[in-house]
Write a protein that binds this ligand. Structure first.
Ligand code: DC
Length: 245
């Protein structure tokens, strides 16, 4: 496959970006994917859509049996409109509706349910097989794509993440207190890191990247640099070709 940056890569390449909520994964992954000419796959949006569907069905997102029983009725699709990922439940574009604080907690709840993880794992792998992609989530490097060519574990302090989230919410006209947002972030961190299935943790071969004090642009640029470095390291050196011939 040819990419936007020429013939550095001859095959499909996956880049895994994992880390806690609010570390800047989605902005960095989206920007880096665009710069590399890769697809961007936001796996958190898939968990959010499942959480939203369960809430709308009037079921308890924290009850694994109730959640699992909802799955056959959930018709989840990712569509790319002008290169931007949109999430659909049936025919409804829920890309905005999945961004509320309630949908965030529902996503974290349903992410603890094994049946949900199995339900989404196949779809995520299939998407990554189709094209070079940057995927962000919690378990991409450890579970979904353990062979991803580049794995990055992106973090930032809880306080900075809460601050960023408050600014995002304010920009959307939503007012939430800093303390509530920080408490939500800590609760989700705790849930995501301590669940028995696919807990949030860095893959052994991941590269740690702390985005505290970095701009989104700087984080994306660092990811692009790391991907290019990995691709360059895999290109055969001319003397190696000489020896083969
Ligand atoms: O990245 P995000 O904040 O949109 O993710 C929402 C929730 O979904 C998060 O609390 C945990 C869950 N999630 C997950 O369990 N595994 C993933 N690969 C992505 C998200």
């Amino acid at each position: 496959m040819k990419t936007a940056w020429g013939d550095c890569l001859s095959d499909i390449m996956s880049v895994a970006i994992d880390g806690p909520s609010g570390a800047g994964k989605s902005t960095a992954a989206r920007t880096a994917a665009a710069a590399l000419g890769f697809a961007y796959i936001d796996t958190g949006a898939m968990y959010r859509a499942v959480g939203l569907a369960v809430r709308r069905a009037g079921k308890d997102t924290a009850d694994p049996e109730e959640v699992a029983a909802c799955l056959p009725g959930i018709h989840l699709a990712l569509r790319y409109l002008s290169g931007v990922q949109h999430v659909f439940l049936g025919d409804e574009d829920v890309s905005e509706a999945i961004r509320t604080p309630e949908a965030s907690l529902a996503a974290s709840d349903v992410g603890r349910v094994p049946a949900v993880r199995t339900f989404l794992l196949g779809a995520q792998r299939e998407l990554a097989l189709r094209q070079s992609s940057v995927l962000d989530g919690r378990d991409i490097g450890t579970v979904v794509l353990p062979d991803a060519r580049v794995k990055i574990f992106l973090t930032a302090s809880a306080e900075e993440r809460a601050d960023r989230r408050c600014r995002e919410l304010r920009a959307k006209g939503l007012d939430e207190s800093y303390n509530n947002v920080l408490a939500d972030i800590r609760r989700r961190d705790e849930q995501d890191a301590n669940r028995p299935i696919a807990p949030l943790r860095p893959a052994d071969d991941s590269i740690p990247l702390d985005s505290t004090g970095m701009s989104p642009h700087e984080v994306a640029a660092e990811i692009v640099r790391l991907v290019r470095l990995a691709a360059a390291a895999e290109r055969p050196q001319s003397n190696e070709i000489g020896e083969v011939i």
